[in-house]
Design a binder for this molecule. Structure first.
Ligand code: SF4
Length: 368
């Protein structure tokens, strides 16, 4: 079994048909429930739910408090290699882009780690492009083994891997995986991923489950909003989330909701998700998946991130550089522009002012 046949049951036409049949009453019924069905989720994502944002926000805030308290986990990304064989049309690290390429040595990774831990943070997200001969699983494993000495939680956001490769990385200290499907629409996927191993839609789709089969503690899913119809993307992400939550109840399945940012290339975002619909989408996710952690990254600007804090967000990045070695060198090319440039200290202070507890160092997963 895989998520693939589940998604196949919801082609574009079926989603469109269900949306046409929706009524205001169904939205209200969805809002009165504690446990939402897939159809309830669709109702809350739909334009019919737009007038109920205030009610949704109140419920989402209550649910988030109930399940997460006032805690926000803070992490920072560490880019260790920007070599990439893929041609993702929306990315400035793509094989088609002529940018300076680099990869950190193990010594340089140690220096970056020291610069990051000096900010007090112990949650790290390790990133690479997809170039197996350069940034091989073994290289990523060696990087994780170094980071394990300084960080209590090591997440990876790298290329899709096999179950055996995930098991190897877990052995080296990795405890969670972030993997965006980018778009769940197989036809759009083809037009966005022109060459390289990432053209294999199905392998990428099944990778989060491969990680869970290898006993990954936590998996974070998400689309990249902007590539395809946002409502359908959100709905299919919700199906994927619920499928994994039901099948792997012992694991932590979370969401991240990135929207496309300007790049160094001239890619035009085909399906812009505006702020109001983004908020509605976030709220619908919180009500559909009350226990799922939700990450909002520095792709969003400071005031917007502050304003959506109470609506379901549980994890934020800070002190971000999207360039290889960007924590010790400032002049490298980044993967995308960030919109919230707050340091770890600034974000922590802002969170405290707003009544939240910033968590930079969670319990030590390595001990369990
Ligand atoms: S999105 Fe990832 S895989 Fe695609 S070009 Fe950028 S770095 Fe490479």
């Amino acid at each position: 079994m895989s998520i693939f046949p589940v998604l196949q049951q919801y082609p574009e036409s079926r989603i469109a048909e269900s949306l046409k049949r929706l009524t205001q009453k169904q939205v209200e019924q969805a809002l009165s429930k504690e446990v939402l069905s897939e159809n309830d989720f669709l109702a809350l994502l739909s334009p019919l739910a737009a007038p109920y944002l205030e009610t949704m926000a109140q419920k989402a805030q209550d649910m988030t408090r109930r399940h997460f308290g006032n805690v926000i986990f803070i992490f920072t990304p560490l880019y260790i290699s920007n070599y990439c064989e893929n041609q993702c049309v929306y990315c400035s690290f793509g094989a088609h882009q002529s940018i300076p390429r680099s990869q950190l040595t193990l010594e340089a990774i140690e220096k970056e780690a020291a610069a990051i831990t000096a900010q007090g943070i112990r949650h790290i997200l390790l990133l690479t492009g997809e170039a197996r001969k350069k940034a091989s699983p073994e290289y990523i494993g060696q990087a994780a083994a170094i980071l394990k000495k300084s960080f209590s939680a090591i997440a990876i956001e790298v290329y899709a891997m096999t179950q055996a490769e995930y098991a190897y990385l877990i052995d080296k200290g990795v405890d969670s995986l972030t993997l965006y499907q980018e778009t769940y629409d197989p036809d759009v996927y083809k037009t966005m991923h022109l060459s390289g191993p990432k053209t294999d839609y199905r392998f990428r789709l099944d990778a989060p489950e491969s990680a869970l089969k290898a006993n990954m503690r936590a998996v974070t899913l998400g689309p990249l909003f902007g590539l395809a119809d946002p409502l359908a993307e959100a709905f299919r992400t919700g199906l994927h989330l619920r499928y994994l939550q039901n099948k792997y109840p012992e694991a932590e399945i979370g969401l991240s909701l990135p929207r496309m940012r300007p790049l160094v290339s001239d890619f035009t975002v085909p399906h812009v998700l505006d702020d109001k619909r983004f908020v509605q989408t976030l709220l619908a996710f919180r009500l559909f998946a009350p226990t799922a952690g939700i990450t909002v990254s520095t792709r969003e600007n400071e005031s917007f991130r502050n304003s959506i804090l109470p609506l379901g967000v549980t994890k934020m990045s800070a002190g971000v550089s999207t360039a290889v070695g960007g924590h010790t060198h400032e002049d490298e090319t980044g993967q995308f522009e960030i919109a919230d440039t707050r340091s770890v200290q600034q974000l922590s202070d802002d969170l405290r002012t707003r009544g939240y507890q910033p968590v930079l160092h969670d319990w030590n997963y390595q001990l369990f």
